[in-house]
Design a protein around this ligand. Structure first.
Ligand code: HPA
Length: 273
């Protein structure tokens, strides 16, 4: 990936040849949360498979399209389906689309994901705005020779999630009677869910929710100076008393139940920035 900058530029050129407008906000949609797309005034929808150097989504629950259009009056570029480390991609591949969206001109990045809830005040299908994270993935997207065009060698992580977005999210949630929790997200490589002992450990080290995405994307976004808003949908409860065997269908069902609130939250926030 030494020539990653060339690859990003080739992907950008391909997309700009199809749609030369400048998107303002990039949005990454998590598992079971693709419905936001139904509210977009779509200009172009591009299969990942057609974009130079884009990894191709392999997980059935992710449809794998880049959507350009207008949502709540803002030009958006939306990833319907993201790339996960557990699919076998390197962290540089996982985060490649974030680089591309930044080079297309986005000024903000919105992220959603499905996560397990370890905080005892959480209920299934709650929304949690991410306030901070803990990275437990063993591969980092920034390793290797630094590309100065992307940003610093040693990016600061004091405040990876925009404070003003978090405040706005709470205000919008209150105005729309959405119960919005706040907390720390810990990223694990997956693909297996955690053991009971692992959930206890993750809770002890200060995490409120656990998932298999988002953190690599946020690290890359922060390196490039992109303000981030990230919201987890709590799809399964992972604390003693509530923890039980789950399967992926339960997780998708819990995400679907929360989806209308997430859509409303993102649409309202977009209209207010
Ligand atoms: N663990 C890790 N990732 C997840 C979980 C979980 O419990 N739920 C949804 N994504």
């Amino acid at each position: 990936m030494e020539d990653i900058l060339n690859k990003v530029n080739e992907a950008v050129n391909y997309i700009q040849a199809i749609d030369n407008s400048t998107p303002e906000v990039g949005i990454i949609l998590g598992t079971g949360l693709g419905g936001l797309v139904n509210h977009i005034d779509i200009e172009h929808s591009i299969d990942y498979a057609n974009i130079p150097h884009f990894p191709t989504s392999t997980v059935e629950t992710h449809s794998g399209k880049l959507i350009l259009g207008t949502l709540s009056g803002k030009k958006v570029i939306v990833m319907q389906g993201r790339f996960h480390y557990y699919e076998g991609y390197s962290m540089k591949e996982v985060t490649f689309p974030v680089r591309v969206m930044k080079f297309l001109g986005i000024q903000n990045l919105f992220i959603s994901n499905a996560a397990g809830g370890m905080n005892k005040s959480f209920q299934k299908s709650d929304l949690m705005v991410i306030e901070d994270h803990i990275n437990l993935c063993y591969e980092n997207p920034l390793t290797g020779r630094n590309i100065n065009e992307f940003g610093d060698r040693f990016p600061d992580m004091f405040e990876p999630y925009s404070k003003s977005f978090i405040e706005l999210a709470h205000k919008v949630a209150k105005d729309n009677e959405i119960d919005l929790k706040e907390g720390v997200y810990v990223s694990v490589p997956g693909p297996n869910l955690e053991t009971r002992a692992e959930y206890r450990f993750l809770s002890m080290i200060g995490a409120d929710a656990v998932g298999m995405s988002t953190v690599p994307e946020v690290i890359v976004a922060v390196q490039m100076g992109l303000p981030v808003l990230a919201v987890s949908v709590i799809t399964d409860l992972c604390y003693e008393g509530a923890l039980h065997k789950v399967n992926i269908q339960d997780i998708i069902q819990a995400a679907a139940k929360a989806e209308p609130n997430l859509i409303q939250l993102f649409r309202e926030i977009l209209s207010q920035i």
